[in-house]
Design a protein around this ligand. Structure first.
Ligand code: 5AD
Length: 361
């Protein structure tokens, strides 16, 4: 798809045309990654963060938030519960908490790997390459780091640079690839100042980066952040500014599926926040093939407020594979078994093997 074609699809509002887009995305999803929906248990380890992202509620300067950090034993216990509930993967997510040092995280990964057969996905922000390498050596399988927007000027406005390191998020994504991680990224949809051209370029970048996982969700204004208070970038004129609504999010999901047919694409929590449980179901019928139920202990969960009123559908005890299986069966889908690695990665590994053996790929 050309830039103009992607942009036209993003701006499309005709219901009949949109049905065509949903149908195409669903057909590609079924053909390329099948009917299984993979479950990832999300553990939010810590809401401490040293960064000052203008959109995010856990930013260092937000003093309205009670901070927590889960002890390692609790995290490992949580991973064990996730395994018992039928999950094949845990996602370890946190703010950029300086206390989660390289060796501490490496030890945590080793413990989870020693005690369970779970795949481990990390979502720990911008970290030095030496740590990413050590975590990969400790057994981490995947890493998620959204680039948020491919518009460098807009990104700079909403994301003050790291005080020491200069490499950008796309640079880290390339390092993660070199280190052998399955690599995930994504964007927020409807950031003030984000145009349809920007969003079309984001989707082209998903493809250029050959992402294994793509997570997208609507921007949700948080009152205790600069963007939520109307500081930061301002909305563009109507028709140019991307709206932060569910329809646009489905359009991005569907186009991401067409751009990256063999990627794993979750129906994300931010979508559920705006669109309800039905929002996640629709996402699964318009390109998505993954859901990430929150398995963080409830006492902590309400404190991980990236944005307000974060949805907790499919949460806690409810997030058992049995309950989900029933809901998914209603739309002709099954619960994935095993780790649910991205078929995209399998393709790349085969190609690399063949290349090493001197075969034509
Ligand atoms: N609205 C929607 N998504 C947000 N994120 C952070 N803050 C917000 C917000 N206000 C997303 C970012 C980040 C991910 C962990 O959460 O895309 O990468």
């Amino acid at each position: 798809m050309t830039h103009a074609e992607i942009k036209a699809w993003l701006q499309q509002r005709d219901p009949a045309e949109l049905q065509t887009l949903w149908g195409r995305a669903d057909a590609v999803r079924r053909a390329q990654v099948g009917d299984a929906v993979h479950l990832r248990g999300l553990i939010e380890l810590s809401n401490y963060c040293t960064r000052l992202c203008g959109y995010c509620g856990v930013r260092a300067a937000n003093q309205q938030l009670t901070r927590y950090r889960m002890p390692a034993d609790e995290i490992v216990a949580c991973a064990r519960t996730a395994l018992q509930q039928g999950f094949g993967t845990v996602v370890l997510q946190a703010g950029e908490d300086a206390t989660l040092t390289g060796p501490w995280v490496a030890e945590l990964i080793r413990r989870i790997k020693a005690e369970t057969a779970l795949a481990v996905t990390l979502s720990l922000g911008e970290r030095p390459e030496a740590e990413l390498a050590a975590w990969r050596a400790a057994g981490a399988d995947r890493y998620l780091l959204r680039f948020e927007t491919s518009n460098a000027a807009l990104f700079a406005e909403i994301h003050p640079p790291h005080p020491v390191r200069s490499r950008d998020r796309v640079g880290q994504l390339r390092e993660l690839r070199r280190l052998g991680y399955e690599v995930g990224s994504g964007v927020m949809i409807g950031i003030p100042g984000q145009s349809y051209d920007d969003l079309a370029a984001d989707i082209a970048l998903f493809r250029e980066l050959d992402l294994d996982m793509i997570g997208v969700g609507p921007f949700v204004a948080h009152p205790d952040t600069p963007l939520g208070r109307g500081l930061g970038p301002q909305a563009l004129p109507a028709g140019v500014q991307v709206p932060n609504d569910t329809l646009t999010t489905y359009q991005v999901l569907a186009l991401a599926r067409l751009a990256c047919p063999r990627a794993n694409i979750p129906a994300t929590t931010a979508l559920a926040t705006l669109g309800g449980a039905d929002g996640q179901t629709l996402a699964l019928q318009r390109g998505a093939n993954v859901i990430m139920p929150n398995v963080t202990p409830t006492a902590y969960r309400r404190l991980y407020q990236i944005y307000p009123d974060k949805a907790c559908f499919y949460d806690g005890q409810e997030a058992t594979a049995a309950v989900l299986r029933e809901r998914l069966a209603a739309i002709g889908r099954t619960v994935g078994t095993g780790r649910g690695d991205a078929p995209n990665l399998q393709g790349r590994v085969c190609a690399a093997d063949a290349a090493t053996k001197g075969e034509l790929v």
